[in-house]
Every structure is written in C-alpha cells, then in structure tokens.
Design a protein around this ligand. Structure first.
Ligand code: G
Ligand code: G
Ligand code: NA
Length: 254
C-alpha cells in the first residue's frame, strides 16, 4: 500500500520524469529519433519502469500515468525543437490500460496538437506481452484508429511473444523492435545471428521499419550493419538522456 500511495503522490506532484534515448540510423550514422523512457526515484533509487507501470495498472492508475508520461514526452521533445533543433521521431511506450481505453486516440491527438506536433512524428510502442491473451478485438480497433490518425505503431520486444508473426498480420504495425536478448548474443551464438538476420529480412519484405535494441558494443553494431538493419539503439550508441542539456548536446546543439 505504501508504494502505491507514494506513486500516486509522485504522479500528482509531477515527479515522474522521462529520459530520451537516441535511436540512430546506422547506415548513415545520423540521429533518427528518441525513445522516451519513464523514470521514478523512490526511496533514493530508480525503480525499473516496468515495475512501477505494473503497480500503477494494478492500482487503477495506468491510464493517468500513461497520459502524464505522454504529456512529459511531448513536452521534452517539443522543447528541443523550439530550440531550433530537429529531433526526428518520438517513440513512446503504451501500457495496457491505455490500449483498453476507447478514448485513447483522441487523448493522444489532443496532447500532440497542444505541443505543436503531428502524429506522423510519433511512434507508439506496444510490447508483445500486452497483446497476448487480451481482448484482441478491442485493442485491434484502438490500434486501427491510431493508425488512421497517422501514428506509427511499433511492436516492442519483437520475437519474445507467443504470436509475433500473427501480430504482424492482425495489427496495423509499421515497425518492430528486435528484443535486446537477441542482440546480446548476436556475435556469439549462431542461432541468435540467424534469428536476427531473419527478422531483418522479414521486416524488409513486409516494408516495415526495424530497430535493434540494446546494442552494447562495436561488434554487435558491425553485425547489424552487415545484415542490413537500418536503426539501432543501445548504450554503445547513446544512453537514455535525462536532462535537456545532454539531449541538446547529442543533437549537436550547445
Ligand atoms: O528504461 P528501462 O530499460 O528500465 O525500461 C524497462 C521497460 O519499461 C521497457 O521494456 C520499457 O518498454 C518499459 N517502459 C519504459 N518507459 C515506459 C513508459 O513510459 N510506459 C510504459 N508503459 N512502459 C515503459
Ligand atoms: O523494451 P524497451 O525498449 O522499452 O527497453 C528499453 C530499456 O532498455 C530502457 O530501460 C533502457 O534504459 C534500457 N537500455 C537501453 N539501451 C540499453 C543497452 O544497450 N543495454 C541494456 N542492458 N539496456 C539498455
Ligand atoms: Na520500448
């Protein structure tokens, strides 16, 4: 109960923040966009976002938290552009409570407009586990509306779910993110290398975008370039950036 109360208070006080992690076009070496990652410091430590998102969902605060995080993400991203920098695309993670809300497309659109952004700049990331075993029909309708509004939709943690390939058929997906667990062993396991190459070819064949997550060294990056992966994210390229100064510096501002 204590942690729920603290989370509710942090939400009200505006104490949940977002870090922006760069996504790089590895074929050109240039910045492509940012993924927004939620951050909450509780009792002196950052709690992993999947943990506090789960606590919020359990306590019926999932929608409010998601809305607050979307708002904060747009605010930080738009601030970079108001400073004259081109920030590319903005990827935001959506939770289950948000996907279950009929009003989500209108809510997100309203937030965007308020920050002077357009839906084509936004990539909404949905983890595969959220799509499994739920009211797929209703979530499908929400995703269709978001797609109709012009949002890009990306399947996160791709390859870890039970029904990865079915999801590509079932939902209007415009991209996938290769789960970090595959990238970790891409240069040491033949099996993982083949799986990653196959995912890259699958995305290309379907005409959707592909981002490799969790790139931590030069050899992984070289493998991905060789395999024709266009986009990547990870500590080797850039960590999640918490403050506006480091975000500006990354974009080549001052
Ligand atoms: O930042 P970190 O690597 O600890 O994030 C761990 C997980 O938490 C990731 O899988 C990410 O998708 C999820 N996550 C991070 N930020 C958000 C957010 O704003 N909303 C939701 N629903 N999930 C998030
Ligand atoms: O699944 P999702 O893409 O939401 O996960 C992003 C999470 O992964 C964030 O919490 C971020 O802090 C973390 N992350 C980003 N880059 C790396 C990396 O290179 N290695 C590891 N281990 N984690 C990373
Ligand atoms: Na994500």
């Amino acid at each position: 109960a204590e942690v729920k109360t603290a989370l509710a208070e942090a939400l009200l006080a505006g104490n949940i923040s977002v870090a922006l992690q760069p996504i790089v076009n590895i074929s050109t070496g240039r910045h492509h966009g940012f993924e927004s990652l939620a951050r909450w410091n509780w009792q002196g430590e950052d709690m992993p976002p999947f943990e506090f998102v789960a606590i919020a969902e359990d306590a019926g605060m999932g929608l409010a938290l998601g809305q607050e995080l979307f708002e904060k993400s747009c605010q930080s991203f738009a601030a970079l552009e108001h400073g004259g920098l081109c920030a590319g695309t903005l990827s935001v993670n959506l939770g289950l409570a948000q996907l279950k809300c009929d009003n989500l497309p209108a809510m997100l659109h309203e937030s965007l407009v308020r920050h002077g952004l357009t839906p084509d700049r936004l990539v909404l990331e949905i983890t595969e586990t959220v799509l499994i075993d739920r009211s797929a029909y209703q979530i499908g309708k929400t995703l269709e509306s978001l797609h109709d509004l012009g949002f890009q939709l990306s399947l996160d943690d791709f390859g870890t779910g039970f029904a990865s390939l079915t999801h590509l058929r079932q939902f209007p997906v415009t991209g996938v993110k290769i789960d970090r667990s595959f990238i970790t062993r891409v240069t040491t396991s033949h099996q993982d290398a083949v799986i990653v190459e196959t995912m890259i070819n699958l995305a290309k064949g379907l005409g959707i975008s592909i981002v490799a997550e969790g790139v931590e060294d030069e050899r992984q990056l070289a493998f991905l370039k060789g395999a024709g992966c266009t986009y990547a994210q990870g500590y080797f390229l850039a960590p999640p950036l918490r403050d506006a100064a480091s975000q500006r510096a990354w974009l080549g501002g001052w």
